[in-house]
Write a protein that binds this ligand. Structure first.
Ligand SMILES: [Zn+2]
Ligand SMILES: [Zn+2]
Length: 410
């Protein structure tokens, strides 16, 4: 009986995303919340009972962090300001480096006063702009990617592996409708064995923590970063690491150029020659250079510290919250942490780890070996909820998609 119900649950169709914007009608058999232990007779009896229609309003926004919102984006004003400020800082860095710092230095001026940027000048401009763009794109992906919010239809692994465990069967087969029961206060909590979040009332896997800003439980939540305007969790950890890495790289790059230019300007002559080609075109440009130096030092140090901190997060596989709470059983080897962040495939030909060549690219998703997907997330979902990459259906809730043996987090 239990296995039959399990099959029914896994084959259950998910709530259609297109219906989410309207008051939704949930048709449930009377007393279904209290069944699950009954036999065939009960099912036959329930099939003859007139369905009880319950209404639940599900709000669906274009942007938001709710399970039915189309695109993941935290609408916190402070976070949006910090994210915009981050983009402006990178834009200023590109402006000051490529248009103020390099042209008077890596160029030649002919007799008519026409300046020609040298090849090395063009190379540095392209390289610096590329690093800044990678940082900005990684930031954008970190901000707009679901960090690993537990979906409403999440099923604890223990229940999926052994449907007879837990409580007395309450809630069996409710996977497809559980998402719509959040506002139905009359419903009893599903399964006594489930660990529920006191704030969002959803199933809370062992490694999940509730974020009061996103208002969701996030798997492997490290912290809520105002600069990224999002939680840093299992779903966007790679993008966050790439963002601080490329930001730190751009700071070091610009500082190196400033120092090289400074010594090039005064080194040969022992003093700063304001009219020399390697020095400033105009004295006012000094303010731009100083602004660049302050920005590079401040954010270079900040991101450098973050990188050291995150290195310990990856190598210990314990997030900052886990460490504050004294650690959890999930703490494991650095390889396991790297797998979760960068999506290494440790089973390649059974000869050991395999680094994904695209792990430095913010244009690629984090991928896990499919065999580890549910174990990493701490829950599974009804098969019917695996509905593509989430873009076609407009549903941006984390939807594991198995493709060629690799499950993507999208
Ligand atoms: Zn929660
Ligand atoms: Zn958050």
């Amino acid at each position: 009986m239990a296995s039959q119900e399990t099959r029914q649950r896994k084959g259950g169709a998910p709530p259609k995303s297109g219906d989410a914007g309207l008051p939704m009608t949930i048709t449930k058999s009377a007393g279904s919340a209290a069944t699950g232990v009954g036999g065939t007779a009960n099912h036959l009896k329930l099939a003859m009972v007139k369905p009880v229609v319950k209404m639940a309003k599900v709000k669906r926004n274009k942007f938001g962090t709710g399970p039915f919102d189309e695109h993941w984006l935290n609408l916190d004003c402070c976070g949006l300001f910090c994210a915009s400020f981050t983009y402006m800082l990178h834009a200023y860095g590109v402006y000051a480096t490529c248009l103020i710092l390099i042209p008077p230095w890596m160029s030649t001026v002919d007799e008519d006063g026409v300046r020609t940027i040298s090849a090395i000048g063009h190379l540095n401009r392209v390289a610096f702009t590329l690093v800044a763009l990678l940082a900005v794109w990684a930031h954008f992906k970190a901000m707009t990617t679901n960090p690993g919010a537990v979906p409403p239809d999440a099923i604890p692994l223990e229940e999926a592996n052994n449907p007879d465990t837990g409580a007395n069967g309450e809630g069996k087969g409710d996977g497809k409708n559980s998402s719509l029961m959040v506002e139905d206060s009359a419903q009893p909590p599903p399964r006594k064995g489930r660990r529920l979040c006191r704030r969002c009332n959803s199933f809370k896997p062992k490694r999940a923590h509730h974020c009061s800003i996103c208002k969701r439980c996030v798997v492997k939540m490290d912290h809520h970063c105002p600069w990224v305007n999002n939680c840093v969790g299992i779903g966007n950890h790679k993008y966050f690491l790439l963002f601080i890495f490329y930001t730190c790289l751009s700071c070091v790059y610009s500082l190196t150029l400033v120092l090289m230019r400074f010594f090039d300007c005064m080194g040969r002559h022992g003093h700063i020659r304001t009219h020399h080609i390697t020095c400033l075109d105009r004295p006012t440009q000094l303010m731009n250079i100083l602004g660049l130096v302050v920005e590079a030092i401040l954010f270079g140090l900040f991101t450098c510290c973050m990188m050291f901190d995150q290195a310990s997060v990856v190598t210990t596989n314990l997030t900052q919250i886990d460490r504050l709470k004294g650690g959890i059983d999930g703490g494991s080897s650095g390889l396991a942490g790297a797998i979760e962040v960068f999506g290494l495939n440790p089973k390649k030909n059974d000869t050991g780890g395999r680094f994904r060549p695209d792990w430095l690219s913010p244009f690629h998703h984090t991928c896990f070996p499919s065999s580890l997907q549910d174990e990493i997330m701490g829950f599974c979902r009804p098969c019917g909820s695996r509905r593509g990459n989430g873009k076609d259906s407009g549903d941006t809730e984390m939807s594991p998609m198995v493709r060629n043996g690799v499950a993507d987090i999208v």
